[in-house]
Write a protein of this length. Structure first.
Lengths: 444, 218
């Protein structure tokens, strides 16, 4: 770049001292915030070092003193100046520059009025100097060089703010349920983006003067046609183009992000309402009560605080009630049927009921035996068990199937059990016509 | 003479044919949307003259003709709640039965919130409720049969099924659903079903407080 000086090579050697690591950097900034250009002593530095380590959640160690000492020594390379006599410290100019720049970037934000003034100044000085011999070069060095980075910085600040808003948006979404007022938070982000967009619009107005400057530049090109200025003129006009398009981009990005935030707020509201609806349904299910109305008729009422809703005027409208002739004509006499008790049929029914009860008992007995078996032995080989039932129940296949069904159903519903069915046919020689799959019930 | 245009809907020639029908439906509590009840002209007529019809109901009956949903899901109905300060005497007021509110909300949960979109019949709803929502089914059964047991029986199941069928018949009357055929089982879900939830929007939004109140009351 310049006379043999290699910035890369030089910086490589001093990098760590020129650009402090995070903790050291924060210590420097904290000192600057507290003391600025004034003096401070070593105890005050140590106090700040310790506060910052605590704040960053770093535990204190036994080597604390040594650590503090190392930091204080290293800061003296570029950032701090120590007066040997008074033993007081103050910032070196590099340190002050470092802190001021960061402070400006983070704190001062942007100011369209200032920018407008700067541009007007650029424009006016250019107007004045363009006709003077060498005036354009002077303008470049004395005005453009000084102001143009500051101007570009303003746009970068806005852009940075958009990025921060998006980052925060993503963070808030991840937090989801934990943050109760998430909708509020999102709305704030939306509001902030709106503000940034307004700022971008204001900035764009401030940057209008760049067009005027472009005009003057064209004029210079046409009038002077000097090769010498060409590169510089191109540089200025490229800069103008860049700032304008960057501003445009900021606005466009916000326009793209905003509807998504809207949508999300809408979805979230909806989801929130859905979740509440679910809770409301369980509230209705669990807290509605059966009561008696004034006529002692049983009615189901909604829980306290949930009113019944009017859905119509039952008899406001004219209604025709249709009555069939049968209902208003005199009734024909009805033959009274005689009741006859059939003793045989009754006995038959009693016997049927007895058998049914017996069967029920047997099913319960065998089922319990099977389930108990699994609990006691840890496993039941169901296939031989099934044939045992058959032989003891004298080949009553109907009862066997019912028991098998009950055992299988209970085992499948039992969380402690697992049922293992293999497609392997099991037979028993006493019942040659019956086959079943090999089935085992395990206790987990 | 400026007021002559207030009820401009009456000047439309179509009014002769369909206004009586619209009026009867609305005042019976029916919700009118594009798809149902047919013909679509009913919906289009209200859509076209909403303001003037709204004024008419407010002036004459002191009830509010309201709209719900948006764009393609729009539906119209008379909000008897809002107008209840008006001209309806208490004995004529018809409230949506507690059982139907609960069944409607349960259906809404299964169908919309849980995404059981395949439900297209009352029997389909009952099947899913009984087989996959045991806890909810038992809670509903306890309310309907006024018992405290978690056990089921055919008789209790029948009672629950019966009330569910009656509830859906009521939803059909309100045009929240539309029967697809004569067997009163298969139905189409209508946009206005959402009205059930919106009627209770304030209570749903304040559900935490409601639960707290009930808990403190005990």
């Amino acid at each position: 770049m310049m006379d043999g000086f290699n910035l890369y090579r030089e910086a490589k050697n001093y990098y760590n001292k020129l650009i402090p690591e995070k903790i050291e950097g924060l210590i420097i900034l904290s000192l600057y915030q507290k003391y600025g250009e004034n003096e401070f002593n070593e105890a005050q530095i140590i106090h700040i070092i310790e506060t910052i380590f605590r704040d960053l959640g770093q535990e204190s160690s036994r080597t604390e003193n040594e650590r503090n000492n190392n930091i204080i020594l290293s800061l003296q390379d570029y950032f701090l100046w120590r007066d040997e006599l008074s033993k007081l410290y103050h910032f070196k100019s590099y340190g002050l520059d470092f802190c001021r720049r960061i402070n400006k970037r983070l704190h001062e934000g942007y100011s369209p009025a200032t920018i407008k003034r700067w541009f007007d100044e650029l424009y006016n000085t250019l107007q004045n100097l363009k006709n003077i011999d060498g005036g354009f070069s002077r303008w470049i060095v004395d005005y453009f060089e000084i102001k143009h980075t500051l101007l570009a910085e303003q746009i970068e600040i806005l852009d940075q703010q958009v990025i921060e808003s998006v980052k925060q948006f993503k963070k808030e979404i991840k937090a989801d349920d934990e943050i109760k007022n998430i909708v509020q938070v999102l709305e704030n982000i939306e509001l902030r983006l709106e503000l940034i967009k307004q700022q971008a619009t204001e900035l764009k107005k401030a940057f209008q003067t760049t067009y005027d400057i472009d005009d003057v530049l064209t004029e210079i090109l046409q009038e002077y046609e000097t090769e010498l200025y060409l590169a510089e003129i191109q540089r200025v006009s490229r800069f103008n183009d860049n700032v304008r398009s960057q501003l445009e981009q900021v606005s466009k990005r916000i326009d793209k992000i905003k509807p998504r935030i809207r949508e999300f707020i809408y979805d979230f509201n909806q989801r929130d309402f859905d979740r509440k609806t679910e809770r409301f349904i369980y509230f209705l299910l669990n807290c509605s009560k059966n009561e008696k109305d004034s006529n002692l008729k049983k009615i189901l009422s909604l829980p306290t605080g949930v009113p019944p809703k009017l859905i119509g005027e039952s008899d406001q409208l004219p209604r025709f009630t249709l009555i069939s002739l049968k209902e208003i004509s005199p009734r024909l006499p009805i033959v009274i049927s005689k009741r006859v008790v059939d003793d045989n049929k009754r006995l038959e029914l009693v016997e049927k009921t007895r058998l049914w009860l017996l069967e029920k008992e047997k099913i319960t007995y065998w089922t319990n035996l099977a389930i108990q078996g699994v609990y006691n032995e840890g496993m039941l080989d169901f296939s031989p068990f099934f044939f045992r039932i058959l032989s003891e129940e004298k080949g009553n296949i109907a009862i066997g199937v019912k028991i098998a069904n009950r055992v299988l159903k209970n085992s499948l519903n039992n969380k402690d059990f697992t049922v293992d069915i293999q497609q392997e046919i099991i037979r028993d020689k006493s019942f040659p016509n019956i086959t079943l799959w090999k089935m085992k019930i395990w206790k987990i | 003479m400026e007021n002559i245009n207030v009820y401009e809907f009456l000047n439309d020639r179509k009014a002769q044919d369909i206004f009586a029908k619209i009026d009867y439906l609305l005042r019976s509590g029916v919700h009118i949307q594009r798809e149902y009840p047919k013909p679509e002209e009913l919906f289009r007529f209200i859509n076209q003259y909403f303001k003037s019809l709204n004024q008419y109901y407010l002036d004459i009956f002191k009830v509010i003709l309201s709209e719900g949903g948006s764009d393609f899901n729009r539906y119209y109905f008379i909000d008897f709640e809002e107008g209840s300060r008006g001209n309806i005497s208490p004995e004529y007021r018809e409230y949506l039965k507690t059982e139907y509110v609960i069944i409607g909300m349960l259906f809404f949960k299964l169908f919309k919130l849980d995404g059981n979109l395949e439900i297209d019949s009352v029997s389909g709803f009952i099947l899913i409720l009984f087989s996959e929502y045991e806890e909810e089914k038992i809670a509903l059964q306890k309310l309907i049969t006024n018992t405290y047991t978690d056990k089921s029986s055919d008789l209790n199941d029948d009672k629950v099924v019966d009330i569910i069928q009656k509830a859906f018949a009521k939803f059909q009357d309100l045009a929240w659903i539309a029967w697809e055929d004569d067997d009163r089982d298969r139905f189409i879900y209508m946009p206005s079903f959402d009205r059930l939830r919106l009627m209770y929007q304030p209570q749903i939004n304040g559900i935490d407080d409601l639960i707290k109140q009930v808990n403190n009351g005990n």
